[in-house]
Write a protein of this length. Structure first.
Length: 529
C-alpha cells in the first residue's frame, strides 16, 4: 500500500513538473529575449560580454526595458536630422537596418528601374536624386523625434539622407571624388563637378554644343556613404529649361502650352513621399515626354504602387457591383468594356488623375569638345509639370480628353476598405489631398502594423475584406491563431493611428506574448497581449 502511494505521489510530481517545464518553454528567458531583439534591431548578434547582457544575466536589468532602450538609441535630432550620437555603432546599425527594411516595401529602388532609363540619356540622375527616398521617409517617421507616421504621405517636402563615407574604404579604393555615381563611373574628377547642360535661349535641337547653344549649371549632389541622419530637403536648383523633344522646341516659353520649362528640380507635388521627384520617376510608368490624356495614358503604375505599399491593397480592390456604372461597352479603351478589368481600373485611374499635370523629361545634351572646360557635363531625368490652367473634366471619361494634362488635378479615392468592408468613395484635390485622405484611413495603419509585425515575428497576416461574400468559405476555415493575429494587427493599428508613433508600435510588438514565445506562438495560451 505504501509502495502504491509513493508511485501516485511520484506520478503527480512528474505531471506537475512537466506542466511547469511546458509553461516555462512558452516564454523566452530574459537573456534569450534580449538576444532576439538585439539581433532584429541591429541586424547583428549580441557581442560577447555585452555590458547590458551581463546585467540581464545577473538579474539587474529587465530584457524588455533593455530592448526599448536599444531602439531609442537610433533617435534622430529634430533640428539637425542626425543621430544623437552617430559615433555609437549600435545606433548606426539600427538606423541602417531599418532603412534597409523600409526600402524593401517598394518595388523600385534604383535609377535603372526608371522606365526607359539608360546612362546615355540620364547619366546624372543618380547624382541629384536619391532613389531610396521612399525608404528614407519611413525611416524618418520611425526615428525622428516628434515625427508622425502620417508624415510619410502628408509632408509638403521631401527628405534628404545625411551620409558619411567610410574613410578606410575611401582610402582603399583611392577615391578622391564624392559624386554618388562613382561606383559606376569611377574616380572621375570631371563628373565630380556635377555639371549639367541646358539649351541656351537661341538655337534649336540640332547643333547644340558647348560653344554655341549651351548653358551649364552645377547642381547639388546627394551624399555618399553610410546613413547617419535624415533631414527635410532644403536643396533648391531652378533650371532654365528642359529637353522636350519630340514634343517641341525646349527654348523657354516655346511651343508646349502650359509647360513649366524653368522650375526647381527638388520641388515636390505634396503628399509626402508620393509627390517627390524620386518616387514619381521610379513609379510613373510612362516614357519621357508623354502627356497624360485621361484615358489610356495616366500614371496608374504610380497609383498601384501607392495602394499596394501603403494600403496593403490586393487588386482588385472593388466588387463587381461597385463598378457596373463605369461599364461603357464601346470604348476605345478595352478596360472600359469589361467589369473584370474595371475592378482594378476603377481604383487606379481616378487616383492617378491627381498626378495628371506631371510629365517626365530631361536636361539637355551637349556635344562636348575635347579639352573643353565642360568635359564631363551630365544630363538627368527630371519631373516637370504643366500649369493647371483649365477646369477638371467631370467624372471618369472613357475616351481621351483634350488638354487633360493642363487641367486641375482632381481625383478620387475609390476602393473597398479591408478594415471595415465599406466602399471608400472620396474626391481628393491633387497629390497632397490624396496623401491626406490616405492618412485618415484605418487601412493605412493596419498595413503598417502588418509589415512590422511580420518583420519581428515572421507571421504573415492576410488583410482582406472579410465582409466580401467571395471569402465566406475561407472565413469559416480560419484557425483560432489566424483570427487572433488579425485582431492583434487591428489593435496595433488603432494605437498607431492615435499615437502616430511607429516606435510605440514596435515596442508593443516586443512586449507581446507573440514575441516572448520561442516559436512566436503560445499553445493554449492567450495571444496578442
Amino acid at each position: 500500500m505504501l509502495k502504491a502511494s509513493r508511485v501516485v505521489k511520484l506520478s503527480v510530481f512528474f505531471i506537475v513538473f512537466n506542466s511547469f517545464v511546458h509553461i516555462q518553454a512558452q516564454t523566452l528567458s530574459e537573456p534569450a529575449l534580449f538576444n532576439r531583439c538585439y539581433s532584429q534591431l541591429t541586424g547583428r548578434p549580441v557581442p560577447r560580454n555585452h555590458a547590458v547582457m551581463v546585467q540581464i544575466v545577473a538579474g539587474k536589468v529587465n530584457a524588455l526595458s533593455a530592448c526599448d532602450s536599444l531602439l531609442e538609441k537610433a533617435a534622430l535630432n529634430p533640428s539637425s536630422g542626425l543621430l544623437n550620437s552617430f559615433t555609437d555603432l549600435e545606433a548606426n546599425w539600427i538606423l541602417n537596418n531599418f532603412y534597409a527594411f523600409h526600402r524593401s516595401w517598394f518595388p523600385s529602388n534604383t535609377v535603372e528601374q526608371i522606365q526607359n532609363y539608360n546612362d546615355e540619356t540620364g547619366l546624372g540622375t543618380r547624382d541629384i536624386y536619391d532613389t531610396t527616398e521612399p525608404g528614407l521617409a519611413l525611416t524618418r517617421a520611425l526615428f525622428m523625434t516628434g515625427a508622425k507616421y502620417s508624415d510619410v504621405v502628408t509632408l509638403p517636402s521631401g527628405v534628404h539622407a545625411v551620409r558619411q563615407d567610410n574613410t578606410f574604404i575611401r582610402q582603399l579604393l583611392s577615391w578622391s571624388v564624392s559624386f554618388p555615381g562613382r561606383s559606376v563611373r569611377g574616380n572621375n574628377i570631371n563628373l565630380d563637378r556635377n555639371e549639367f547642360n541646358f539649351r541656351a535661349a537661341s538655337g534649336g535641337f540640332n547643333g547644340n554644343s558647348d560653344t554655341t547653344n549651351s548653358l551649364f549649371m552645377i547642381l547639388p549632389k546627394i551624399e555618399t556613404g553610410e546613413l547617419i541622419g535624415i533631414r527635410s530637403t532644403t536643396e533648391s536648383a531652378v533650371i532654365p529649361n528642359v529637353n522636350m523633344s519630340p514634343l517641341g522646341d525646349s527654348t523657354p516659353g516655346s511651343s508646349v502650352p502650359g509647360l513649366n520649362f524653368s522650375f526647381d528640380i527638388y520641388k515636390t507635388m505634396g503628399g509626402g513621399v508620393l509627390g517627390t521627384p524620386s518616387y514619381v520617376l521610379l513609379n510613373f510608368g510612362h516614357e519621357l515626354g508623354l502627356k497624360m490624356n485621361g484615358q489610356v495614358k495616366v500614371p496608374r503604375r504610380w497609383a498601384l504602387t501607392t495602394m499596394e505599399t501603403f494600403m496593403c491593397a490586393t487588386m482588385p480592390a472593388l466588387r463587381e457591383s461597385d463598378v457596373k456604372s463605369f461599364l461603357v461597352g464601346n470604348s476605345s479603351a478595352p478596360f472600359r468594356n469589361s467589369t473584370s478589368c474595371l475592378q482594378c481600373h476603377s481604383s487606379l485611374d481616378p487616383m492617378a488623375y491627381t498626378a495628371r499635370n506631371i510629365i517626365l523629361n530631361s536636361t539637355d545634351f551637349a556635344e562636348i569638345s575635347a579639352g573643353s572646360a565642360h568635359l564631363g557635363a551630365k544630363n538627368a531625368f527630371v519631373m516637370s509639370t504643366f500649369r493647371p490652367e483649365l477646369p477638371s473634366v467631370t467624372g471618369w471619361p472613357s475616351e481621351p480628353v483634350e488638354n487633360f494634362h493642363r487641367q486641375t488635378p482632381s481625383g478620387r479615392l475609390y476602393f473597398r476598405s479591408f478594415s471595415q468592408g465599406e466602399l471608400v468613395n472620396k474626391p481628393v484635390d491633387g497629390i497632397a489631398g490624396l496623401g491626406l485622405a490616405l492618412s485618415q484611413l484605418d487601412d493605412y495603419y493596419q498595413c503598417a502594423a502588418k509589415r512590422y509585425f511580420e518583420f519581428f515575428t515572421g507571421i504573415k497576416v492576410p488583410l482582406y475584406d472579410r465582409s466580401n461574400p467571395i471569402y465566406a468559405e475561407m472565413n469559416k476555415s480560419l484557425s483560432a491563431n489566424s483570427i487572433a493575429d488579425r485582431k492583434f494587427i487591428e489593435n496595433l493599428a488603432a494605437d498607431l493611428r492615435q499615437s502616430q508613433s511607429v516606435k510605440g508600435l514596435i515596442k508593443a510588438i516586443m512586449a507581446s506574448d507573440y514575441y516572448k514565445s520561442p516559436t512566436f506562438r503560445l499553445e493554449g495560451g492567450s495571444l496578442g497581449k
